[in-house]
Write a protein that binds this ligand. Structure first.
Ligand code: ACO
Ligand code: ZN
Length: 444
């Protein structure tokens, strides 16, 4: 399966028209005949230069084409700008959002990366919003709001989405050091104000304390006596271990983990009240200690039957099956509790892909082996997957028919095989015999 971050540009896409426009520009013949050309060309060049200079600095909100890391131009919106140190009055860098891609690819770019010929007239969006709202019927408005909500943000209404994006618009920390990795961050995370002037943070990979300078980390590592997350080791199989950390007993660790995780999670509220959560931290262990690979959090009591609040695989470990392991683990805990569970919403784009892949594989494996009819309730009892998630998964695979007021699962073995193939790899297996755990009970 290809990477979700790879830009896909259709033949008729904006980039295409940009290329066409650029080519047309390049093909333009000088207006003057050969004898008068140099002077007129200089004039024209001067005019272009002047026109470009008059646009600068670009306003926040400007839409323009920008050269990305693939060397191609993509449409962006200017989110923020900042003066270049020791530059002229119009020397700015721009923080841009690639409108075709997820916000994790937002970045600071230099003016040279922007194609000023493609600048679209700046529109004051607030005014535009007001005008459009007035003119539209409520139905039309709802339709627009719905289509403007990005994948994975389905449960956020347009107003909350805008508010969220305004508050978190610019990534504050660009990179972190954690164990043997230096990792580029994806999103804004609300670190305490004294960290606002640091582009890079240094994390202790065991207690997750973070520092502004490498020397501080080195000093800390000499003193820190943790070699694994605090809490109980509830699973060990080969080099993989899972630790259960109670947010109430390990408040600082819980908060540090949330700050760290938010750098890779967009639409998740940061819970300062970590007391209410358990954190399941997955580690790869060797003779130097247990190195965090990823985690998920879980409310101690969930009214909505959530069995997972946030899930993260750290970028260096992604796409190796750890995400599906964490998901499978969350359902194993639900089975031990004798409950069905579902992840907290909204799901991110990558979260949705991982869950869809997991649900498809688990359900189709059962359908393939099962002889005779099986109901959604039975599937739910066997897997601890909430009935609604089973229904949407099977519906999206077109395996459900509605007959005589009832949902019926239609499972042709050939169709099942085809879907299973498309569902990607199975992920790392959870060996349930290695899980030693009792559900959380409040201690009085
Ligand atoms: N491009 C395309 N597909 C992807 C990508 C990607 N970059 N990453 C994951 N997937 C899909 C694939 O289908 C993949 O299966 P495959 O490799 O067999 O094709 C599947 O998701 C999961 O792959 P895993 O290796 O098991 O999962 P991973 O360890 O990469 O973790 C996770 C998935 C946790 C979602 C990770 O991408 C992540 O941490 N993302 C950032 C945080 C986030 O978005 N978390 C979910 C928020 S929703 C919530 O918390 C309830
Ligand atoms: Zn430490």
């Amino acid at each position: 399966m290809g990477s979700i971050d790879t830009p896909t540009i259709t033949e008729n896409g904006t980039t295409q028209s940009h290329t066409a426009a650029a080519a047309a520009d390049g093909d333009q013949k000088p207006l003057a005949s050969s004898n008068g050309a140099p002077a007129e060309m200089t004039l024209e060049l001067e005019a272009t230069k002047k026109r470009r200079a008059s646009m600068l600095p670009l306003e926040v909100g400007t839409r323009v084409m920008c050269r990305w890391r693939d060397g191609k131009y993509h449409p962006v919106k200017v989110i923020e700008r900042r003066k270049v140190h020791y530059g002229g009055p119009n020397d700015y860098e721009y923080y841009v959002h690639y409108t075709e891609f997820n916000r994790r690819l937002d970045e600071w770019v230099k003016l040279e990366q922007l194609d000023l010929d493609s600048v679209e007239t700046v529109v004051d969006e607030k005014v535009e919003d007001k005008v459009t709202s007035l003119k539209m019927t409520r139905h039309q408005k709802r339709k627009i709001d719905e289509t403007h909500v990005e994948v994975g943000h389905e449960e956020l209404d347009a107003a909350s989405l805008r508010e969220h994006e305004e508050f978190t618009k610019v990534k504050n920390i660009a990179t972190i050091e954690l164990g043997r990795y230096e990792i580029e961050t994806w999103y804004f995370s609300p670190f305490p104000p004294e960290y606002n002037d640091s582009l890079k943070l240094y994390f202790c990979e065991f207690c997750l304390n973070f520092m502004k300078r490498k020397e501080q980390l080195q000093r800390h590592m000499r003193k820190c006596d943790l070699k694994h997350p605090p809490g109980d080791e509830i699973y060990r199989s080969g080099t993989l271990s899972m630790f259960e950390v109670d947010g109430k007993k390990n408040k600082v660790y819980g908060q540090n983990l949330c700050y760290l995780a938010k750098l890779f999670l967009d639409h998740k509220t940061l819970y300062y009240d970590v007391d209410l959560f358990l954190f399941y931290v997955l580690c790869e262990c060797d003779d130097r200690g247990c190195h965090m690979v990823g985690y998920f959090s879980k409310e101690k009591h969930s009214e909505e039957s959530y069995n997972l609040a946030c899930i993260l695989t750290l970028p260096p470990y992604q796409r190796k099956g750890y995400g599906k392991f964490l998901i499978a683990f969350s359902y194993e805990l639900s089975k031990k509790e004798g409950k069905v569970g579902t992840p907290e919403r909204p799901l991110s784009d990558l979260g949705l892909l991982s869950y869809r892949g997991y649900w498809t594989r688990v359900l189709l494996d059962i359908l393939k082996k099962h002889k005779g009819n099986i109901s959604i309730k039975e599937l739910s009892d066997m897997t601890a997957i909430k009935a609604e998630d089973i229904l949407t998964t099977l519906q999206s695979l077109e395996l459900i028919q509605y007959r005589k007021g009832q949902h019926v699962i239609c499972a042709d073995p050939k169709v099942l095989d085809r879907h299973l193939k498309a569902a990607g790899r199975g992920g790392l297996e959870v060996d349930v015999s290695k899980l030693i755990w009792t559900p959380y009970k409040e201690q009085s």
